[in-house]
Design a binder for this molecule. Sequence first.
Ligand code: 5AD
Ligand code: SF4
Length: 445
Amino acid sequence: MNRKVHIKTYGCQMNEHDTQRMVDMLREEGYTPTDLIEEAGLILVNTCSVRANPENKVYSFLGALRPQKARSPELIVGVAGCVAQQVGESLLAREPLVDFVFGPDNLFRLPEMIEVARQGERRCWTDWQPWEGPVKEFVPEEWVEQGHVEGFKAYIAITKGCNNYCSYCIVPHTRGREVSRSSESILREAQGMIERGAKELWLLGQNVNSYAASPDYGFYELLEELSQLEGLLRLRFTSPHPRDWHNRLADLMAASPVICKHVHLPFQAGSDAVLKVMGRRHSRQDYLDKVRYLRQRIPQVEISTDLIVGFPGETEEDFQQTLDIVEEVRFSQVFPFKYSVRPGTKAAELPDDVLREEKESRLARIIALQDSINEAAQEALIGTEQSVLIDGPHPRIAGRWNGRTDGYRAMTVLADKLQPGELVMARVMSARGHWLQGEVLTADS
Ligand code: 5AD
Ligand code: SF4
C-alpha cells in the first residue's frame, strides 16, 4: 500500500495547525508526508470557506486531481476543513473522485475515516462532537503529551469554534460553538512543546481572547502563566477580538519580556453603522480607545488588522471612515478583503449592493494608503535595534538570514552562521518593501 501522503492546506493558522495534527496522526499510522503530489497514495485537502476565493481554489485543486485518480484508482482523496463541514454530503456528489469529507470536529478520527474509505465506502463525517458541557478537552491526551514540534515554532489551540456570529462570517457555522480547554491541559502541552524544541508559541483561537476556563480564569491569566514558562523566548496569539480586548492585557504585554509586542486586532469597518449590521458589538471609538491605550503603554507596539470593503450598504462616507482608521492607527500590516457573500450567514440575506468595480476601487485605495504608511514606518525603523528570531537562511543569498522582529516585521540580517530559532539583536540598516535589512550586533558593538 502506498503510504505517502500529500496535504494541501488553505486558510488560517488554525487550519495549518489542524494539518500538523493530521500529519502527526498519519505518521503514527506509518505514513510519510511528501511534497510531490504525483507520488502520494493519500491526498488530503484542508479547505477554507471564509470567502468565495479560497473556496473556489478547492474545486480547482480537486479538478486537477482527476488524471491522477484515473491513472491510480487506489488513490484515496479526503476533503477536510471548513468547506467540507459546510458543503458536506454534496461534495461527494459533486466530485466523484472524493472518497471522504470531514469537518474540523472530526479530525481526530482520521485513521478510522481512511480505513472506511479503503474499504470502498464513500462517507461524509460532519457530525458535531459532544465537546460542550463537562467535556472540554477537544485536544486528545496523546497530542497534549507528545504533539509534534516542527522547527522552533509551535501552535496551541486554546479555544475552538466561535460564538460571535458576525453577520458576514461562516466560521461559527463551520467550527461550531466556542469551547475553551482547561488551562492545565494547555500548560502541559506548552511545557512539552518547549521541551521538544519550541521557542516561540502561538496561541490560537477564532476569538482567542474570549478564552475562559472558568469565570475567574480567562485569557489574561493564561497568558500570564504561559509567559513565565522556563525556556520560552516568544509568546504570540491570534486573533483577538476588539470587544474582548481589555486594557489590562496591554499592561501585561508591557510588563512581559516574552509576550511579543504585536497585536493583530481586526476592526473590519470604520463606520458605526456598518459595524452594527456586521454584528461586531464594538464601536469605532471603542477600537480607537483600546489602540490608544496600547500605544501609550507600549510605544513600539505593532498593530495589524483585517478589514472588509463593500459590505452591504457601505457608502462612500462609511468607507472614508475605514480609510480614516487606517490613516490614524498606522498599522504595521493591513489585510483588506472585498466582501464576499457566504451562504448561510445573516449578511447573505442582505443585498450585495456595492458594485464589484467599487469594491475593487476601495480595496486599491486602502492598499495604496497602507503602502505609503508602511514605507514611512519602515524608514523610521532604520537605525533602531531589534531582536530577531531567525527562521532560517535566505533562500538565495549566502550570508543572509531571515527572521521576524518582536513586532512581527520581516527582517533579514547579515551573519556568517546562525541557527533557526536563534534570537539575535540586530541594527536596522535599510528597508525595502516589507523587509528590513540589518546587521547582527555582537556583544561589544
Ligand atoms: N467576506 C470578506 N471577508 C471576510 N472575512 C471573513 N468573512 C468574510 C466575508 N464574508 C475576513 C475578515 C476576517 C478575515 C479572516 O477574513 O476580515 O477577519
Ligand atoms: Fe478559513 Fe475561517 Fe475556516 Fe480558518 S476558520 S479555515 S479562516 S473559514
